[in-house]
Design a binder for this molecule. Structure first.
Ligand code: HSE
Length: 410
């Protein structure tokens, strides 16, 4: 069987490398007489690459070649990836992608097209890099009703938070280090502002709850405003701090979904996930909590998931894998600011009387650090919605809020 790769960047070149390195095993597991990379589409030439003879620049060469049954899309970005993938599915070819932006924005449409054409559209690598998560949700956990899914879905921000927690680094310093080590992009917006994690929780929520969730339906907050002091208060209270993507079934069958820095229980498995590692906790009604952990990014870890999908496509060339979700539904996603959570709050009181009022009205547990600035208090609330909490704080005129974060039960 012949395959093509579109996009010879970090992941695409990892796919070519892995297909070559483990060629015999991959061919055998694919149940095909042969598994060969025929074309690699890229704008650039790679004269020094061992794959230079496969480089092409014209998409139609792949589209029109009937010997290509499976195409890998590792270009990233929405355009022209969306147009190329649509054309390929329309032409009856299966597509494997690592492109979370594409799946989060166009997953329903592309899955529907794949279904119509009786081909596969697989995207294991789009969430959690090399961590198996899409297939476990759709297959191994299929007997469960999923109540909640929560993940450390972005390695760059987890690296930054880890440095803040373990080395007392300020956010800017940790970001510079992440850039120096090649984890964060030159423009770190998608990572730091939670956009990357948002795309990934959209894919997971669509899969777990059966309706397409778009990124603009998700309240998204990054780590830009996290202060070292917040991390210290949390640690002293026995909590870790993680940027989480959370999708949680509420009010029967509605969805609360957000991306935000959260306090996690110090003893939970998520709290011990450090550096660029990712972890995803799935809470099912039969299994309870199950956590998937591993390398959420990088050349070969991500290629590992892509190639597994290629093998799956090769094994299911005439039949579809049951991987689908339904159309988006108005009213399914509710305002997460209305959903009760315990909160961590840090702020400044103008006098001791204000502090007493705050303590009496909202603080269930006060948190402390050494050398706290004059008038600052930090505390955990009982369960309260964000809207109700903001309203209650607004009624205490001498208090100004510095930060506010949800505290998770895991
Ligand atoms: N920028 C992403 C991260 C890469 O840091 O996790 C993988 O999607």
């Amino acid at each position: 069987m012949n395959i093509a790769i579109m996009g010879f960047g970090v992941v695409g070149s990892g796919v070519a490398e892995l297909m070559t390195k483990n060629h015999a095993g991959i061919t055998e597991k694919s149940m095909q007489p042969s598994m060969e990379i025929k074309y690699i589409l890229d704008l650039r030439d790679f004269p020094d690459s061992p794959f230079c003879d496969k480089i092409i620049h014209d998409f139609s060469t792949i589209l029109e070649d009937d010997s290509i049954a499976v195409v890998v899309e590792t270009m990233g970005g929405l355009h022209p990836a969306y147009e190329f993938v649509s054309d390929l599915l329309q032409a009856g070819k299966s597509v494997v992608t690592s492109n979370k932006e594409l799946v989060a924005a166009k997953g329903y449409e592309l899955l529907t097209l794949a279904q119509e054409k009786n081909v596969n559209f697989l995207f294991e690598a789009s969430v959690g890099g090399g961590i198996p998560i899409i297939r476990p949700i759709t297959q191994c956990l299929a007997a469960n009703e999923i109540d909640e899914i929560a993940g450390i879905l972005n390695g760059t921000t987890n690296f930054i938070l880890t440095k803040m927690i373990t080395e007392n680094m300020e956010m800017g310093e940790a970001l510079a280090m992440a850039q120096h080590l090649g984890y964060a992009e030159k423009d770190p917006t998608a990572d730091v502002d939670g956009i990357d994690a948002c795309r990934k929780i959209c894919i997971l929520a669509s899969l777990c709850f059966g309706k397409h969730i778009y990124p603009d339906q998700v309240r998204t907050e990054g780590i830009r405003d996290v202060q070292l002091r917040d991390v210290s208060y949390a640690a002293n209270g026995g909590y870790g701090m993680k940027l989480l993507g959370v999708a949680r079934r509420v009010e029967g069958n509605k969805l609360c979904i957000f991306v935000a820095p959260c306090l996690v229980q110090g003893h939970s498995q998520l709290a011990s996930v450090d550096d660029v590692f990712n972890a995803i906790l799935v809470r099912g009604d039969a299994i309870g909590d199950v956590v998937f952990y591993g390398r959420g990014a990088g050349k070969l870890p991500t290629a590992s998931a892509v190639v597994a999908d290629v093998i799956d496509c090769a094994k299911h060339i005439a039949k579809r894998k049951l991987l689908d979700w339904g159309a988006p539904e108005d009213g399914f996603v509710i305002d997460c600011a209305e959903v009760p959570y315990p909160f961590f709050v840090r702020g400044v009181c103008d006098c001791e009387k204000t502090a007493e009022t705050v303590r009496g009205a909202l603080a269930k547990q006060e948190l402390h650090i050494e050398n706290a600035p004059e008038g600052e208090i930090a505390f955990l609330t009982g369960e309260i919605s964000e809207n109700a909490l903001r309203a209650a704080l607004a009624e205490i005129p001498g208090f100004s809020t510095g930060s506010m974060m949800r505290v998770t039960a895991y």
